[in-house]
Design a protein around this ligand. Structure first.
Ligand code: NAD
Length: 465
């Protein structure tokens, strides 16, 4: 096929495919150089531009951008640089007696040409962190950032084109249509971060080529508060991560299940910390970002309307909802009937429903009546409560007496389970996601196994017995 008859997506893919063997052969030092280049760009050249682009997209406070978008990616780069030689080496394994005369190892080899599709909520981090793994593992990659954060999307395109040739790393900007075109191509691995609904589309498309997938998805992440540990700490931490990025975080608490005896105490502290964190008017606070766009603002407004209509009690907020700014004040709602929208869909915004329970089984049954969440948080000092929840529920990640910080430990595999995700990421896990683990066995001498060849005499049968 000539250049002119190939669509631009296919053209880019073909260019990367042609180059992928050369990229795969790159040495440890060459990959290190690429990571250095990326590190310097994010740490120095583009730091201010990154802050500005994210602020322009949804008024994210700079300290939040510095930590959750820049620092976390730099940490991934530094860790990959430190570990890369070891990750790329042969990993020897033991030899069972029956295989005496052989030795075995495995080695991580690049998958080839990879696709990274990222969401808008941490648009920088969730594009560049996977890219670190793809580069470290020796792959070519095409990136499709989210169209919902257009300033960041065009900055990502600029940074990547400044640092890499397009036959190595390239960015395709655009909406669903661009994703759809890309998903038709025979990528070797697809690393998708986004909603479970689109995750299913990605997995279906991947199946046409049997591309491997990492699906970093979302869902409704619960918090269980039993009252045996500080309720004040629980309220403070839950509000912190619910306010962070305006609740638009995949591991933000989606709802709270609280023992009925401590609910009022939780509400009191939640109110107190709302004032302390964001002042009397959070709209004026420089620590409170916005809902990303009108589409999501209207979705959240609908949840509030529905909650009001169904008789929910607005313990905190729920009044100040300003369309022109996509602003919704921090809101805590109790006494919501089961058919309320807030119990059905992933909220992904600064609204938190709270539900009381009398005994723990009730809370566990409620969690298990929904899809397996990406995160489940436990505020308790009771070992038996913690053990019971850990044994009787399933979740991608868990925080005990904390929430949200599990994401920041790159030694911990990060990801969901079933509806909340498939595969893990961060540190070595991201490197592994972009690698094929190739097993090798080497014969050094005949050994026992050579005795098992035909003809199967009584002697061979005896050996097998
Ligand atoms: P989304 O699934 O709507 O979009 C993600 C990406 O997929 C975007 O680049 C978008 O353009 C593309 N896309 C959208 N529709 C598509 C389609 N029909 N076909 C192909 N591509 C399509 O997700 P979002 O709204 O950007 O992000 C929010 C979701 O992501 C939430 O569910 C959240 O929990 C989840 N999330 C998960 C993690 C994690 O690490 N597990 C991190 C952040 C966000």
């Amino acid at each position: 096929m000539t250049e002119t008859t190939v669509n631009p997506y296919q053209y880019l893919f073909n260019a990367q495919k042609a180059r992928s063997w050369a990229i795969a052969r790159t040495s440890y030092k060459e990959r290190l150089k690429k990571l250095d280049k990326l590190q310097s760009a994010l740490q120095k050249t583009y730091k201010t531009a990154i802050r500005q682009a994210i602020y322009d997209d949804f008024k994210k406070p700079i300290p939040e951008t510095d930590v959750s978008e820049i620092y976390l990616v730099l940490k991934e780069i530094k860790h990959a640089k430190l570990m890369l030689r070891r990750w790329m080496a042969k990993h020897r394994v033991e030899t069972p007696i029956a295989l005496i005369g052989t030795s075995s190892y495995y080695k991580y080899e690049p998958k080839g040409v990879c696709l990274i599709i990222s969401p808008w909520n941490y648009p920088f981090n969730l594009t560049f962190s996977p890219l670190v793994g793809a580069i470290a593992a020796g792959n070519a990659a095409i990136i499709k950032p989210s169209e919902m954060t257009p300033n960041v999307s065009s900055l990502i395109a600029k940074i990547v084109s400044d640092l890499f040739n397009e036959d190595e790393v390239a960015v395709v900007e655009g909406e669903v249509e661009a994703s759809t075109h890309l998903l038709k191509l025979p990528f070797n691995h697809i690393f998708f971060t986004g909603s479970p609904a689109v995750g299913k589309i990605v997995m279906k498309a991947a199946s046409a080529h049997l591309a491997s997938v990492t699906l970093e998805l979302g869902g409704k992440s619960p918090v269980i508060v039993d009252g045996t540990s500080s309720v004040k700490t629980a309220a403070r931490n839950v509000l912190w991560i619910k306010g962070y990025n305006n609740g638009q975080t995949c591991i933000a608490p989606d709802y709270v299940l609280i023992h009925e005896e401590v609910k009022d105490e939780f509400v009191k502290h939640f109110k107190y910390y709302c004032d302390k964190f964001y002042g009397e008017d959070p709209e004026k606070s420089n620590s409170y970002s916005r809902v990303v766009n009108l589409k999501h603002f209207n979705r959240l407004k609908e949840y509030l309307k529905d909650a009001k209509h169904k008789g929910g009690t607005f313990e905190v907020g729920g009044e100040e909802v300003h369309e022109e700014e996509c602003y919704i004040e921090p809101t805590l709602i109790s006494n919501l009937p089961e058919d309320a929208l807030l119990w059905k869909e992933e909220i992904f915004g600064p609204i938190l429903p709270i539900r009381t329970y009398k005994d723990l089984d009730e809370a566990i049954d409620y969690v298990n009546s929904k899809e397996k969440p990406l995160a489940l948080y436990i505020y308790s000092n009771s070992k038996s409560t913690i053990d019971k929840i850990m044994t009787e529920t399933r979740a991608g990640t868990t925080g005990i007496r904390n929430n949200g910080i599990q994401y920041t430990n790159h030694h911990l595999p990060f990801g969901g389970v079933n509806n909340s995700g498939i595969g893990k990421a961060h540190g070595f896990e991201t490197f592994k996601a972009f690698s094929n683990q190739r097993s090798v066995i080497v014969r050094h001498s005949p050994g026992l196994i050579s005795l098992l060849k035909p003809p199967y005499t009584p002697f061979v049968q005896k050996l097998v017995d």
